[in-house]
Structure formats: C-alpha cells, structure tokens
Design a protein around this ligand. Structure first.
Ligand code: MLT
Length: 325
C-alpha cells in the first residue's frame, strides 16, 4: 500500500528516475491505452481511473480502447504491433505472466514484445455466486458443487485470464471440475451471473464489490489472508476451508518494444503521479484495492517482477499441461 504527500512524491520521482534524459516534446497528441478485455470489467475499471489521472498530469487526453478476446492476447497483440512512440499502451494483468507459457503459437513475442512502464495495483479476488445458488457459505457451496458438479457452471474471461486461473485453482482445491463458460471479459460475465445464466465466478474485487454491496450477487469468499475493509462481512477462502487459498491479481502498464527510454520514463513518472492522486486512491479503496508504491511503478522494478512471474508460472503450466493452443 502506498500513501505519500506530493512533496514526498517529488522526492520519489527523483529517486525513481534519476538518469532520465529529456523526452523530446512528448506527448503532443492523445495517448491510447488498450484494455485486452471487454468494457465494464475489472481491468477496464482500473484502466479508466488511471487514464483519467494520467491525462490530468501529462497534458494530453489519455483514452481507453477495449480489445477483448482470447484471454487477453488479442489486445496484447495490438500493442506489440503498434508504433513504439509512446502513444499506444497496454494495461494488462497477471495474464502477462501466464501467457508466455499457456500460449505456444502467438503472433507476437509475449516475453520481449513490450517495454514495462510500471506496476499499477494488486487486486484481491472473490468467489461469487448468483443469488439463486443454493448455498450461503463457501463450505455449503463446495458441498453443492461436489454433489451436482455436472449441473453447475463457472464463468471466466478465457484461458489465461485471472478469472480462469482462480477458477482452475478453486476446482483443483475442491477436487471438483465444473463446466466453464468463457466470455470476452468478466464485465459481460457479471451480467449473466446477476441474471442467473451462470452460477459461479472467481473475479476481482474491482468488478464484484459494488454488486456484492448491492446484493445483486452472493459473496462466498475473498482470496486474501485477512478480510477486506471494503467487504468486512465476507470471510476469507482460508477461513471457509481452503488452506493457503490466497490470490491477488497484479496489473502493469506497457509500451511496445523499442519505445525510447525517455518516453517510457516520462510515462512512468505520470503513472506514479496518477497512483498518488487522492481521488484515485479513495476510489481504489472503495473497490477493495490500492495502488502500488512509487518505487514499484517504475520500468526496472516492473521488468524484474514480470520476468520472475513468467518464471514462476512456466513449471506450473508445464506440469498441468494446460496449454491454450
Ligand atoms: C476483465 O477485465 O474482464 C478481467 O480482468 C478478466 C479476467 O482476467 O478475469
């Protein structure tokens, strides 16, 4: 969690990018951030808040475009192929760690096709159900799933999506595979969960918190070690009978490979300023998450973190043989 007054931020900016060469007059026109999932979902929600705040700092509009599908790889491909001039960016999540192992035939280099700009946030997840689902606790839900697994379905946003990974870990933890229903994002999946077309979903608090508070869906658990301030009445999956079931979804900002370093540094500085804005911090908290600290919203930290995450998932996916293609 990062909370720091502006003066502190200026110091952090100096700390975070000491050797920054001047970016020649950047930006001079609007910047587009590609979200690789459908509008209205968790990644879209986070990106629109960051884009608005960066736009207030960088002196040009920062707009969001949704390119959903194929577990986030269609949107990523769009940015990998874009001109490396800082005007087309990608905001993506843990999918950037899993995609290099899950997908063996991609039209872009999932490891070296991007310049990391900085981490953004780490969002907790929730296990949620449609209101007519015949259980109110996680333990009751697990019993129902084990008994009626062929009749119960689980929504996700495609192979490699956070909802897919969490769903996979949940099914493995309870030893009951279910029918999965893929969407272009958990935004549209949420509509079907509310209507009862699908039964269950594992999704980020940035998409579920307000639905849970509004009683349009049921919350069975949060995937953090401790209950969340934003959802004080929702027990942890650990307390609900799944030891060690902890998942948060890291998010980062990227530019196409070979985007000049001064431009990457300028974007990183703007991202840091955005993440320290009071109104963004407050909105993130309402949605059950928080921005990362300024020293993690930097290209070098992000690059090291991302490489470590790719290395972590490779043996897990190889062992499971869970390839997407
Ligand atoms: C979304 O924005 O729809 C989600 O991030 C999808 C997911 O990864 O589960």
């Amino acid at each position: 969690m990062f909370r720091r007054p502006l003066l502190g931020l200026a110091a952090a900016a100096v700390l975070a990018a000491p050797a920054m060469a001047q970016a020649p007059a950047f930006p001079t026109r609007p910047i587009t951030i590609i979200v690789p999932f459908a509008a209205g979902g968790p990644t879209d929600t986070v990106t629109r808040l960051v884009a608005e705040a960066m736009g207030r700092d960088i002196g040009q509009p920062v707009v969001v475009e949704n390119v959903g599908g194929a577990g986030g790889t269609l949107g990523a491909a769009r940015v990998a192929a874009a001109r490396p001039d800082g005007y087309t960016l990608l905001l993506h999540h843990i999918g950037m760690g899993t995609t290099p192992s899950l997908y063996r035939r991609l039209p872009y280099d999932a490891v070296n096709g991007f310049e990391p700009i900085g981490l953004v946030t780490e969002v907790p997840m929730t296990i949620v159900a449609t209101n007519r689902f015949p259980a109110t606790t996680l333990a009751e839900a697990i019993a129902v799933i084990r008994r009626d697994r062929d009749k119960i379905n689980l929504a996700n946003a495609g192979i490699g999506a956070a909802s897919h990974l969490c769903g996979l870990l949940f099914q493995t933890a309870i030893g009951a595979p279910m029918t999965t229903v893929p969407y272009r994002g958990t935004g549209p999946a949420m509509t079907d969960l509310i209507s009862g077309t699908v039964d269950l979903m594992c999704d980020q608090t940035t998409n579920t918190t307000e639905q849970i508070r509004g009683n349009t869906i049921k919350a069975l658990a949060v995937t953090t070690a401790e209950p969340l301030a934003a959802l004080p009445n929702v027990p942890t999956a650990i307390a609900g009978g799944l030891p060690g079931f902890e998942i948060t979804v890291w998010h980062g900002l990227y530019a196409p490979r070979s985007t000049p370093r001064p431009i990457v540094d300028r974007l990183s500085l703007s991202l840091q300023k955005a993440l320290s804005e009071e109104r963004l911090v407050a909105r993130f908290a309402e949605l059950g998450t928080s921005p990362v600290a300024a020293n993690r919203a930097t290209p070098d930290y992000h690059r090291t973190f991302w490489a470590a995450d790719i290395a972590k998932w490779r043996p897990i996916i190889a062992a499971a043989g869970a390839y997407a293609d």
